[in-house]
Design a binder for this molecule. Structure first.
Ligand SMILES: Cc1ncc(C[n+]2csc(CCOP(=O)(O)OP(=O)(O)O)c2C)c(N)n1
Length: 640
């Protein structure tokens, strides 16, 4: 039964919680949970992480004064309760829809989204920045960072904890520990947190946390008594300090992250403290929706589902690129035992689960640690293996220097497989993979390829497995990988494009060449069909290699047709089109019209893929307008 949100609908900002008693706050929590269920079951989105942060958010927002106090959320995928407690209930049905609420956090969406998020591991750094700015400007607000047990393992989180321990300023870090990343969490830190949870003294104390918190000394008492670790020592004996204490934090926990009265006590007390405090809260992903509690991995991110039957629609149709990769890499690994695979906390998202199951001894989930993933892969390559580093295009941004300095400069044969390259859709600008062409192309030694469909993906992966000459990266989009174009195929050869020909009969000279990469090849073919309807014959080329470019083929076609249009699902600046244009100029081909269809110098918003692709002009219709001269001059650039 959808909720009526009697109290929640009156909460426009967190301070509206201040006048409410414990019972009413418990009702607010129930209504927040109901609102998540009611809405996310219709819109899709992040589900289980948000059910896990309900009480934590209600307690923090009731205890702190927001504004001016600030809570900085890590990643932002678990901040739906925050959105609901900051006056966005009436727009929650627009979640992740084009022009609706973003699924993560954005400073331009709401003044209380204190810091934008989407990529993991940023909250402690940003919160520490807020705290240092506060200290410098002499204001008094409190700052809290909320991070997850997977996000806290990222390098940046530790860089920030290290810095915070030294600054010793007023900052609270809340660890929302649900023992899960998207998949089960990994790593030594994860094991350490598990040990903290299972220590008998901690277990006992967690049960009596409320009493313990009541006995916590206030700052005045503590300072007078010269105490530095007073609170923790109510919870743990002197000789069992945690790693967080060693780093300069007061450690409080573990506390039950669903026990609202205890959380209220904890945060009301912690708010009075003026030095680094670390609150370790234990939560359950999917809390309150039984099936999600039972399978947090499946319910991490959901498509619209039926609340009563708990059924999500079965995926049908052509396999996604991710699945094709997942199968192909297993087949290649069966033939070649030097092949290893690496993921940074995304075994499901990258399709590596089958590989993980069949080859556990050459599969590495390094956690949310893309920088490490890249340099680790470089080490594997230097050590004689054939590493495939599977990572989303947007997250490889984290490892840029590692790609350049550790892989390419040493010309090590690391194979990068970039999933979600292109516009991802509902997740929006934090997750679109539209920069990889621009950031990988300038790197010497790098080879960059993009398959046009499933068959070509398999062939390119085989090519990559055989290629030991240096780093090579492959990009493909989110979505299905149907084979729909003319079936004649030529083998993949270094730096060679595939000329697909024209849908129009050959008795007319071609007056334009459409050069597309990856996901745009099919769209280029559609553009050629539309142009044929206008009496224009276009030749379609699948570039295959973004780097190195097939200079001879492109120069010949530029001369023969006198007009090149490039199409790519990526940023224009530094992209494929600009590189090809530059190459043609350098080769002395100047008598040729040249147009680039790519994403302009702006971030693309969230929304369904077809909508935002069309909005960004990545369509056959744009090509037709450009070729027929119906596009404005701005959309065109001529070489002449
Ligand atoms: C840099 C980066 N890598 C990967 C991801 C994908 N990702 C989103 S949420 C998530 C798991 C986060 O787990 P945790 O921090 O424990 O939060 P929980 O969902 O368990 O609340 C991952 C890997 C990301 N957002 N950013």
């Amino acid at each position: 039964m959808p909720g009526t949100y009697e109290l929640l609908s009156k909460v426009v900002q967190p301070t509206d919680l201040h006048g409410l008693g414990d019972k009413e706050l418990a009702q607010v929590a129930t209504e927040v949970r109901q609102a998540i269920l009611d809405h996310v079951s219709k819109t899709g989105g992040h589900f289980s992480s948000n059910l896990g942060t309900v009480e934590l958010t209600v307690a923090m927002y009731a205890a702190y004064s927001i504004p001016p106090d600030k809570v900085v959320w890590d990643t932002g995928h678990q901040a739906y309760p925050h959105k609901l407690l900051t006056g966005r209930l009436d727009r929650f049905d627009t979640l992740r829809k084009h022009k609706g609420l973003n699924g993560f956090l954005r400073r331009d969406e709401h003044p209380l989204d204190s810091f934008g998020a989407g990529h993991a591991g940023t909250a402690i750094s940003a919160a520490l920045g807020f705290a240092a700015a506060r200290d410098r400007l002499g204001t008094k607000e409190k700052v809290v960072a909320v991070t997850g047990d997977a996000a806290i393992a990222s390098g940046m989180s530790w860089e920030a904890l290290n810095h915070a321990g030294e600054l010793q300023t007023d900052l609270c870090v809340v660890l929302n520990d649900n023992r899960m990343s998207i998949a089960p969490n990994v790593g030594a830190l994860h094991n350490y947190l598990a040990r903290l949870r299972s220590r008998p003294d901690f277990q006992g104390l967690a049960r009596t946390a409320k009493k313990v918190i009541e006995r916590m000394p206030g700052p005045a008492t503590r300072i007078a008594a010269g105490l530095r670790h007073g609170i923790t020592h109510y919870l743990a004996p002197e000789d069992t300090g945690t790693i967080f204490e060693e780093m300069g934090f007061e450690y409080i926990g573990p506390v039950d992250g669903h026990d609202l009265p205890t959380l209220l006590d904890v945060f009301r007390k912690v708010r009075e403290l003026d030095y680094p405090v670390f609150v370790h809260a234990l939560t359950v992903k999917g809390k309150g929706y039984e099936v999600a509690e039972g399978d947090a991995r499946k319910w991490h991110g959901v498509v619209p589902f039926d609340v009563a039957s708990c059924e999500m629609p079965k995926k049908g149709g052509a396999p996604a690129y991710t699945q094709v990769f997942g199968q192909a890499i297993v087949e290649l690994a069966r033939e070649d035992e030097k092949i290893a695979a690496i993921t940074a906390a995304m075994p499901d998202g990258t399709g590596l689960n089958a590989f993980a199951a069949e080859f556990p001894d050459r599969y590495y989930d390094v956690g949310i640690a893309e920088q490490h993933a890249v340099t680790f892969a470089a080490g594997l390559a230097a050590g004689g293996l054939k590493p495939f580093c599977a990572v989303y295009s947007t997250f490889l941004q984290r490892g840029f220097d590692q790609v350049l300095h550790d892989v390419a400069l040493q010309n090590l044969p690391v194979r990068f497989v970039m999933d979600r390259a292109g516009l991802v859709g509902d997740d929006g600008p934090t997750h679109h993979g539209v920069f990889d062409i621009s950031y990988l192309s300038p790197i010497p030694n790098m080879v960059l390829v993009a398959p046009r469909d499933a068959t070509e993906l398999r062939e390119m992966l085989r090519f990559m497995a055989d290629y030991d000459g240096g780093p090579i990266a492959l990009r493909y989009p989110r979505g299905t990988a149907e084979d729909v174009l003319p079936e004649a195929r030529t083998p993949i050869q270094m730096g060679t494009a595939e000329v697909l020909g024209s849908p129009e009969s050959a008795d007319k000279p071609a007056t334009v060449t459409l050069v597309a990469i990856g996901s745009m090849v099919q769209e280029a073919w559609r553009a050629a069909e539309l142009l044929a309807g206008e009496g224009i014959r276009a030749v379609v080329v699948n570039a295959r290699f973004i780097k190195p470019l097939d200079k001879e083929t492109f120069a010949r076609l530029a001369r023969e047709t006198g007009h090149i249009v490039t199409m790519e699902e990526g940023q224009r600046t530094g992209g494929f089109g600009q590189q090809l244009q530059d190459e043609l100029i350098s080769s002395g081909v100047t008598d040729c019209r040249f147009d680039i269809v790519a994403i302009g110098d702006h971030f693309v918003e969230h929304g369904a893929q077809p909508i935002i692709r069309a909005d960004a002009g990545l369509s056959a219709e744009t090509v037709v307008k450009v070729v027929t001269g119906r596009a404005g001059a701005k959309a065109r650039q001529s070489l002449a």
